[in-house]
Design a protein around this ligand. Structure first.
Ligand code: HEM
Ligand code: HEM
Length: 268
């Protein structure tokens, strides 16, 4: 978040004015209400970071599209967890496909367009700053949290490309809505046609799913906490801390849904 008045504890990036690094600087701000009142959050603050943007920081769009995609991912993992009961999963897929010609419109508007914008802005950020540790931040999360956000971004990019191309009908993928559970399970658990399910090459693809799910859960739950801060949706240290705690509690629940889906489609 761009914040004009920096607390006294040391922000290493003087150009960013982010208000200092990590939890240590937050504790100082919380102790003195006058410092909190002097802070300017979100749009009010002057944009003077090194992101290369003009009036509005491109990270605002990254955060906005990230939050939108987050809604999709929560629904996606919850629906896939229904794979534990194949007939319920089929019923959920039938409900989606009952939308008819509205379905592709919603897929483009709510998933593919935001994802393309998010990935384009994300790759620009990564090209500029690489995977360096301790780069300029717009939130109070630690350097490690931000670094992991970027590492998981790259894992997700590889995973989503592979996943969508191998499953989605628009790319000739193997998912058949009329035979939802077994077609998806076959594509995930027996990706390599010539090899038996459970053979080493097929096991590797199934493990890649596990990695994709873990990366996605981290990227999303950490990203909600930092993205809300970047957008100025949580503007006091107390609210930021509360949201972070909620995300820490939500992460295992979301991971459980993802692992249930993985178990249903890849192992059972
Ligand atoms: C469904 C998939 C995805 C979701 C739900 C998602 C969500 C988010 C959220 C909520 C943020 C936080 C924004 C902030 O702190 O300002 C974020 C940041 C980011 N995302 Fe994603 N994202 C997804 C996929 C990707 C992919 C495939 C990439 C690959 C390039 C990517 C790259 C990034 C980067 C580079 C950041 C900023 C990290 C930083 O500023 O340190 N994301 N994402
Ligand atoms: C075991 C876990 C998962 C299963 C069983 C699964 C299943 C599926 C299926 C069957 C589709 C095709 C939907 C269609 O063509 O209508 C799909 C699409 C997609 N999945 Fe997953 N998925 C899983 C995990 C993930 C994860 C972790 C991510 C994000 C990192 C993800 C992102 C996507 C995206 C972006 C699409 C294309 C959007 C769409 O539904 O049209 N999936 N998935």
């Amino acid at each position: 978040m761009c914040v004009e008045a920096a607390p006294k504890t040391g922000c290493k990036n003087s150009s960013c004015g982010c208000g200092g690094h990590g939890r240590h600087s937050q504790a100082t701000t919380r102790a003195d209400p006058r410092v909190i009142l002097a802070l300017k959050f979100g749009e009010e603050a002057e944009h003077k970071c090194k992101c290369g943007g003009g009036g509005t920081c491109p990270r605002h769009y990254l955060a906005l599209t990230g939050l939108l995609l987050g809604g999709f991912l929560v629904l996606h993992l919850a629906t896939n967890a229904l794979g534990l009961w194949p007939e319920k999963f089929q019923a959920a897929v039938n409900r989606n496909h009952a939308l008819g010609s509205l379905l592709p419109v919603l897929e483009v508007a709510l998933i593919f367009l935001p994802l393309t914008i998010h990935v384009a802005l994300g790759l620009c950020t990564l090209r500029r700053e690489k995977l360096k540790f301790g780069v300029e931040k717009h939130h109070h999360g630690s350097d490690l949290r931000q670094w992991l956000q970027r590492v998981t971004a790259l894992i997700m990019l590889a995973f989503i490309l592979f996943h969508v191309i191998t499953l989605h009908r628009w790319f000739g993928g193997r998912f058949d809505p009329g035979n939802a559970f077994s077609s998806a399970s076959h594509a995930i658990w027996q990706f390599w046609h010539g090899q038996a399910a459970g053979s080493f090459p097929n096991l590797l693809f199934a493990q890649f799913y596990l990695l994709g799910i873990v990366a996605a859960v981290y990227h999303l739950t950490n990203g909600i906490a930092t993205g809300a801060e970047v957008l100025g949706l949580v503007s006091t240290p107390v609210a930021q801390d509360r949201l972070w705690r909620i995300c820490v509690i939500a992460a295992p629940a979301l991971l459980l849904a993802g692992l249930a889906a993985w178990y249903a489609f890849a192992v059972r």
